[in-house]
Design a protein around this ligand. Structure first.
Ligand code: NDP
Ligand code: KPL
Length: 310
């Protein structure tokens, strides 16, 4: 791969995570194409992208578009749509991704990689985790608070050089990034946490700290964790006991946090139910594993979303 400064970066889904990363990376590449839509796109076209971080507000320019043809010259593609949008966005970009371009997904969940590699092959996709707290506060404006840490890794050894490239680019832009030699396992460790806390918090409108404080909610969370570990291990993921033991202590450190699923419910937005619960329900069924609590979460959350008119 040539130097960063000659590279074109396309952000597929320039909402919170995508626009934040695209903006931060923009001084270090030749051009950034931000793929977005709706009012958020209109605002960025009119006023550029604004990122608010603490008291600082920064302004970024780029190509703002909803036309996937515009990504055809991109060398690097950052894939940051919500997981329920993955299949549709990936199919829309498929005809325009040039040979040799590398796609990095920073989405939550563990099912997006499967969809992307089915379409693009394992040598064109790498995976990562964003430990971030960003959101679109109003069209064209992203807020970022506290952490900004990333871990990325290959899905095929042939792409390790691309991982090193992205890792250097992120660090150059001040986005603390490290590499994992087993990104699937690293993603599952974050997934264990998300599955334990997000669905329950959305269902009960509870903060992270409310869950261990209530005996019944804690018992459910423990069951969800146990079922998820069972499914993960049956899928061949080496989930270590130390990582499992850390799930509740991490929850204690972020007691007042409202997981993204709860935030989405409160805002009347679609929740990542399929990626967090549906995926596990389907895998459990294929593997012949009992997962009654996850199944219950899944059905209850779908009913809530249905009730919201979706
Ligand atoms: N926000 C955070 O702090 C973190 C989020 N994540 C994960 O990152 C992923 C993205 O989250 P986040 O950035 O918050 O989500 P956002 O909803 O803010 O961003 C996704 C963006 O992609 C756009 N989009 C989706 N499909 C298309 C399409 N076909 N064409 C054009 N634009 C499209 C959406 O538009 P529209 O709104 O119109 O659908 C939206 O603007 C999720 O998996 C999330 O769990 C991970 C860590 C932290
Ligand atoms: C890590 C954390 C808590 C960051 O918001 C998250 O992934 C979520 O809320 O879904």
């Amino acid at each position: 791969m040539s130097g960063w400064t000659s590279m074109i970066l396309a952000v597929i889904g320039a909402g919170g995570v995508g626009a934040y990363c695209g903006g931060m990376l923009s001084p270090f590449v030749n051009e950034v194409v931000f793929v977005a839509r709706g009012e958020h796109l209109q605002a960025m076209r009119r006023d550029g992208l604004i990122i608010q971080s603490g008291l600082k507000s920064s302004h970024f320019q780029g190509t703002f578009t909803d036309d996937f043809k515009t990504i055809s010259q991109a060398d690097l593609l950052l894939f940051t749509v919500n997981s329920y949008q993955t299949a549709e966005a990936a199919k829309s970009m498929l005809p325009y991704v040039k040979p040799g371009a590398v796609i990095l997904t920073l989405q939550n969940g563990v099912d997006n990689e499967e969809i992307l590699t089915d379409l693009f092959g394992r040598d064109q996709v790498i995976s990562g985790i964003a430990y971030l707290n960003v959101k679109v506060v109003r069209p064209g404006v992203i807020s970022q608070e506290n952490v900004r840490t990333f871990v990325i890794g290959h899905l095929s050894e042939n792409t390790q050089k691309h991982v090193e490239f992205w890792n250097n680019l992120f660090n150059k832009a001040g986005l603390n990034c490290s590499q994992s030699l087993n990104i699937v396992e690293t993603k599952w460790v974050k997934y264990l946490w998300n599955v334990t806390f997000n669905p329950l918090s959305a269902l009960k409108m509870a903060t992270v700290g409310d869950i261990p404080d209530d005996a019944e909610l804690r018992r459910w969370a423990e069951e969800i964790l146990r079922e998820t570990v069972c499914i993960g291990r049956a899928l061949g993921v080496d989930l270590k006991q130390e990582a499992i033991n850390e799930v509740f202590p991490i929850g204690e450190r972020v007691r007042s946090h409202k997981p993204s699923m709860l935030q989405h419910r409160e805002q009347g937005k679609k929740m990542e139910i399929e990626s967090l619960c549906g995926y596990l329900v389907r895998k459990a069924q294929i593997l012949g594993i009992e997962a009654p609590v996850i199944k219950e979460m899944y059905n209850s959350l779908l009913a809530i979303e249905e009730g919201q008119g979706r």
